[in-house]
Ligand binder design. Structure first.
Ligand SMILES: C[S@@+](CC[C@H](N)C(=O)[O-])C[C@H]1O[C@@H](n2cnc3c(N)ncnc32)[C@H](O)[C@@H]1O
Length: 336
């Protein structure tokens, strides 16, 4: 089997990255060598490890226990009251070396024990509980730490590092396809405005892969803005101008493309986008609609701002399901 050779000094940063990027084989154990850790790789991923500057060696690795982590967690916590035990999630989300679980009901006095079980069985340093989705204008998550003391981590996706604190900032894992699509746009020489930049969800793929000349990335939440600046730095992109504040204060004009990555109240910001886009420019408009009426709603929202003949809806994609009969859509709209 192929093993990535990770110097001990880089292990705390590299190993979570290898795991979250799906390069390390989660079914095999990491072993120690002199000044290094040997991380078993999934088949065919040695090139990815080499591109991260790691040596690759041949060797053996012990397989992890045949019992699934779900089974190990349930067995370990089997003494808890039945209502708590039944509420334990059997799925979770990794963000680097942090895991986020969604507890059904209250874990009450058992929180710390539950956190420790997930941490040790899944091999992560921090366990957080998502207690109620995201809320408010600034999309703050309701997340608390059950185990560990640091909720900051790096999610690696499409070769981009997204650093953030999972207790302060949302990360919509359901939007992966859309972030992927943004990497493939052709924005050669364009000026792009990201009106709801967050930590750089769409800004970074566009900045890194599409040939855009400049991305003006506006974000109102100071916590997200701090990570936006840091993510620009750690991804080595030089074509992003971050702007802290409300996008309604932007004075830019003549943008080739505008990203409106916000839902539910997006239409309130469309008049501002109109001020900033040039004729022939494209708006990537996100919003949630009842599945049966998304097309009429888009027509109506754009007609109200641009007039019936002032726009062309070039395409609409469903990003993800949002609620029963309601989906999150993105429309690519050309301004005429
Ligand atoms: C829903 S999040 C972005 C989600 C993201 N598209 C994803 O894939 O996960 C929207 C961001 O817009 C920011 N925001 C909300 N209103 C804003 C405004 N008026 N001006 C600038 N940023 C705003 C919020 O703070 C939040 O970080």
């Amino acid at each position: 089997m192929k093993l990535a050779v990770v110097p001990v000094g880089a292990a705390s940063q590299m190993i979570p990255t290898l795991i979250s990027a799906g390069i390390a084989d989660p079914g095999a154990k990491i072993s120690k060598g002199a000044g290094v850790r040997y991380v078993p790789l999934r088949e065919g991923r040695e090139q990815d490890a080499a591109e991260m500057g790691l040596g690759v060696a041949d060797g053996d690795a012990f397989k992890r226990s045949a019992r699934t982590p779900q089974r190990r967690i349930t067995e370990r916590l089997s003494h808890l009251p039945a209502d708590v035990l039944n509420g334990l999630p059997m799925r979770w989300e990794f963000v680097g070396d942090i895991v986020i679980i969604r507890l059904k009901g209250s874990a009450g006095p058992h929180k710390a024990e539950i956190g420790a079980a997930y941490a040790e069985e899944l091999g992560v340093r921090t366990v957080c509980a998502d207690t109620g989705g995201v809320s408010g204008e600034l999309r703050k998550p309701a997340t608390e730490i059950l185990y560990g003391d640091n909720a900051e981590s790096i999610r690696l996706e499409n070769g981009i590092r997204y650093k953030f604190d999972v207790t302060k900032i949302m990360f919509a894992s359901g939007n992966t396809d859309e972030r992927n699509r943004m990497c493939k746009l052709d924005c050669k020489g364009e000026t792009v405005i990201d009106m709801f930049a967050g930590i750089g969800y769409f800004t970074l793929p566009i900045a890194k892969f599409t040939g855009a000349k400049e991305i003006i990335a506006c974000e109102k939440n100071p916590d997200s803005f701090r990570y936006l600046e840091e993510n620009i730095r750690i991804n080595g992109v030089t074509n992003v101008t971050p702007v802290l504040g409300d996008n309604r204060g932007l004075t830019h004009r003549g943008a080739d493309r505008i990203i409106m990555g916000y839902v539910q109240r997006t239409s309130e910001f469309l008049a501002k986008a109109k001020e900033m886009i040039k004729p022939g420019g494209t708006i990537h408009y996100h919003d949630t609609f009842y599945v049966s009426e998304y097309r009429e709603r888009l027509d109506s929202i754009f007609s109200n701002v641009f007039g019936t003949n002032g726009f062309h809806i070039a395409g609409v994609r469903e990003v993800k399901s949002f609620a029963p009969s309601v989906s999150h859509y993105v429309a690519d709209v050309t301004v005429l």
